[in-house]
Design a protein around this ligand. Structure first.
Ligand code: GUN
Ligand code: ZN
Length: 446
């Protein structure tokens, strides 16, 4: 299919893979759309103009420069549905559990973001890491300092990235350096929405850290802001560790459960994104299903912090399937790579007696996350009209991968090995709005 009157800037040629739907629901044949010798035509305005078999390339694009990515897989850019920018350098900080880890490492590191020059440098460093790992869009936690979110928005805008973030709302149970009273944080959020929401490819996410660090007054104000700005997302943490859940019970004795705390303040909606959701009850799953919210699985973080084993099938179970996304959760997470993240998700699924296919995994990291973030009209596939955010992955990038691929019997098997054994070394090239931002240039030839 072709679209628009834009001229082609380049053609990316190689094996292509994109999703039209969830392979778990409609089966891999109906859910995938790709070509062994495929082509993605990128327009000068940064949109995809055409995707199909190279042999069918429309004559209108026949003279555009062609970059060949032989032996690689051309996919939509990967999407990280939950990652903390102020934790970009504090990976691998060991603690007994989440709450100790926050007190010892996360809060002191985040306090440094009061200084704008620190936040500005960190934003660049963070975004460099994302794109080098093939991640072209993300829903990002910032800090309580409005300037930090502002720096991140500006840095993403300079790079033409699709990014969602917001200032973090916290007003209790944390050091003064990382809290702000409820009224002031609501004002800061409203100002940032006015400045950034819908500007180019940027979106605002109302960001409540978690029920532990917000007063009821702050949750109420966050709910009011969400009601006033239904186009914004709500981004928070939910049901991650046992001690956290106990603490929430003490703080909100009137609640039915953790999800109910957010629901009481109007924070459980179709645009709500909840990181973790490891220990959800049947009632909570039903409430999240009814609202259409997304729960984001963060496997490397859950394993590293010892938070628990996410049961993907429990979330998906009929008659109340919950939308699931996948994310790195840097710096509780231990890798920026969504390939490594999917590999850990697979291992956690196995430990729960579950499984999922490589198609399921790549769907989650592309169209699945795009749908949960309400961005699927813009990103997440190689369809004509979407932004040309593209990652080119090399399934034989390392000696270990190359040896394993000698045994690959099918596309799914090749993708499975790539998912389990790949990391940033497998990222051959990354394009944002059709412009290459990382990796090696493809061979210029037809
Ligand atoms: N819950 C509240 N804050 C955080 C955080 O920074 N990381 C993780 N993993 N969980 C949280
Ligand atoms: Zn997190």
């Amino acid at each position: 299919m072709t679209t628009g009157a834009d001229a082609a800037a380049r053609v990316l040629r190689g094996r292509t893979l994109s999703f039209t739907d969830d392979p778990r629901v409609v089966g891999p044949d109906r859910a995938t759309c790709g070509h062994e010798d495929g082509a993605v035509v990128v327009g000068r305005r940064g949109r995809i103009l055409w995707h199909g078999a190279f042999a069918d390339l429309p004559r209108a694009h026949a003279d555009a420069p062609c970059e060949r990515h032989d032996g690689a897989v051309i996919l939509p850019g990967l999407i990280d549905a939950h990652v903390h920018f102020p934790q970009h350098r504090m990976l691998a900080a060991p603690a007994h559990d989440l709450l100790e880890w926050l007190d010892r490492f996360a809060f002191p590191e985040e306090a440094r973001y009061a200084a704008e020059d620190h936040a500005e440098a960190a934003a660049e460093s963070f975004l460099d890491k994302l794109v080098r790992h093939g991640t072209t869009s993300a829903l990002v936690f910032s800090t309580v300092h409005g300037n930090a979110a502002d720096c991140l928005f500006r840095a993403a805008q300079r790079r033409g990235l699709c990014l969602l973030t917001g200032t973090t709302m916290m007003d209790r149970n944390a050091p003064d350096a990382v809290t702000l009273d409820a009224e002031a944080s609501a004002r800061e959020s409203a100002d940032l929405i006015a400045s950034w929401h819908g500007v180019e490819r940027l979106r605002y996410a109302l960001t409540v850290r978690f029920a532990v660090t917000s007063s009821e007054a702050q949750l109420r104000l966050a709910g009011a802001l969400l009601a006033d700005h239904p186009g914004c997302l709500l981004h928070t943490h939910l049901s991650e560790s046992a001690a956290e859940i106990d603490f929430v019970k003490q703080l909100y004795p009137w609640s039915k459960d953790y999800t109910d705390v957010y629901a009481r303040f109007g924070l459980v909606s179709e645009g709500s994104v909840f990181a973790h959701g490891i220990h959800l009850s049947e009632r909570e799953c039903r409430a999240l299903h009814d609202a259409g919210s997304m729960v984001v699985h963060c496997p490397t973080s859950n394993a590293f912090l010892g938070s628990g084993l996410f049961d993907i099938e429990h979330l998906y179970a009929a008659p109340r399937p919950v939308r699931v996304g996948v994310a790195t959760d840097i710096g509780g997470g231990t890798s920026y790579s969504l390939l490594q993240t999917l590999a850990e998700a697979y291992k956690i699924a196995r430990l729960k007696g579950r499984s999922f296919s490589a198609f399921d995994g790549f769907y989650l990291a592309t169209l699945g996350n795009a749908r949960g973030l309400r961005l699927d009209a813009e990103i997440g596939t190689l369809d004509a009209g979407r932004w040309a955010d593209v990652v080119v992955l090399d399934p034989r990038a390392t000696p270990v991968l190359a040896a394993r691929q000698e045994l690959s019997q099918s596309l799914e098997d090749m993708l499975f090995a790539l998912m389990m054994l790949g990391d940033d070394r497998a990222v051959r090239a990354v394009y944002v709005r059709g412009r290459q931002v990382a990796g090696r240039t493809g061979r210029h030839s037809r």
